[in-house]
Design a protein around this ligand. Structure first.
Ligand SMILES: C[S@@+](CC[C@H](N)C(=O)[O-])C[C@H]1O[C@@H](n2cnc3c(N)ncnc32)[C@H](O)[C@@H]1O
Length: 358
């Protein structure tokens, strides 16, 4: 609870500055409340739809961005923590980073809150054997699951046969252990033109298991992968998802109303920094960057952002770029700037809510 109060105080300060600069001062020198740390581009899967926001699959780019050495990763996290309360660990597959447990322990020591992690779940049992406290260091564990059918999952993952069943088993077997550690489980579901029915089943699974649901339409590069509105079953899926009979959504329903119905939004990429495995920040946006700056080259994150803004101002980025990147991290910047209180209340609810199995 103390961590939550500290975070809320830090977010209130950052948000007051953002609102002042955006609405009163008319400048988009915005400051993030969290960073998305892509710990490694390596992955133990090779999902058919995998896309980094610029049209490339993560595992195909391993050589473009190697993970930082442990000491450098720790130094970078220390710098970030001075200005950011929250962190979102992602990849590639974060759990196959060779120093994953050491980095997670450092994130815990530095007091980031909340700590979110997106994983395919395969490595969790092995990591838990090495560190029984692992789940205590994560506040929200987002596990990807695009179908309840192991054969469909195997087709999507393009990894080892049987991985689909293994992921389903991990979710079922570890849900109680994870919740028992105080960590919340969320199921992330990427929807493609071939998996509309699968997404409906995953959604029903989440309702039955009382797990929060985080859907996302598949993107390809800086836009949607399909014309979803023309796909049979998509409309019904979204209606159910957003209705009272729908699942418990992870995050703000306002975000999902825009995201799943493809309403227009203005993206403010500076509000959610991406950090690549080698400790670089692509500016102004991961999907569309002019340059990358290394966090370790600066004495503070603020110094890096001032430099980035000088070289490439992001005034009105969302209006100018016009790219329809329908991802939660983009749509939520729109909602945050217009209704920060709503987003904060929904985030606190997600952190505190007690599921049936808690
Ligand atoms: C690249 S994955 C990395 C984390 C982890 N390996 C996993 O499987 O969840 C991060 C998130 O991006 C999402 N993602 C990947 N490709 C996508 C695409 N083309 N459109 C929308 N979301 C995508 C995945 O669903 C996942 O939640």
């Amino acid at each position: 609870m103390i961590k939550l109060i500290h975070t809320l105080a830090q977010i209130a300060g950052i948000t007051a500055g953002n609102l002042w600069r955006h609405f009163v001062y008319g400048r988009d020198r915005l400051r993030p409340v969290y960073a998305i740390y892509e710990m490694t581009y390596a992955c133990n899967m090779n999902c058919t739809y995998c896309d980094d926001g610029a049209g490339n699959s993560y595992p195909d780019q391993i050589d473009k961005s190697r993970p930082l050495e442990l000491a450098d990763a720790k130094r970078m996290l220390g710098l970030l923590r001075r200005e950011l309360p929250a962190i979102y660990l992602c990849g590639g597959e974060p759990t196959i980073h060779p120093d994953f447990l050491s980095i997670l322990a450092e994130i815990d020591r530095l007091g980031f809150y909340p700590v979110l992690m997106n994983t395919n779940g395969l490595m969790l049992p092995r990591l838990l054997e090495r560190d029984p406290d692992m789940f205590r260091r994560i506040d929200i564990l987002i596990i990807s699951m695009d179908s309840t059918d192991p054969n469909v999952l195997d087709r999507l993952y393009r990894s080892k046969k049987g991985d689909g069943q293994r992921v389903i088993d991990v979710i079922k077997a570890y849900k109680k252990t994870i919740h028992g550690s105080g960590c919340k489980v969320v199921i992330n579901c990427v929807i493609t033109d071939e998996t509309i029915d699968d997404a409906m089943k995953v959604m029903n699974f989440c309702v039955d298991e009382d797990i929060a649901f985080a859907p996302v339409p598949a993107n390809r590069g800086k836009g949607l992968m399909h014309r979803f509105q023309e796909i049979r079953g998509y409309g019904a899926l979204v209606e159910k998802m957003l209705s009272d009979r729908g699942p418990r959504l992870f995050g703000s329903s306002k975000v999902f109303q825009i995201l799943m119905r493809f309403k227009s939004f203005e993206c403010h990429p500076a509000l959610r920094l991406h950090i690549t495995p080698d400790g670089m920040i692509p500016w102004p946006c991961q999907s569309d960057h002019s340059f990358k700056l290394s966090v370790l080259d600066y004495e503070s994150l603020d110094a890096l952002l001032i430099d980035a803004e000088k070289r490439h101002p992001v005034q009105g980025q969302g209006l100018r770029c016009k790219s329809p990147c329908y991802l939660v991290q983009n749509v939520s910047t729109h909602v945050y700037l217009r209704n920060p209180l709503l987003l904060t209340v929904d985030a606190v609810r997600d952190l505190l809510i007690k599921g049936r199995s808690d």
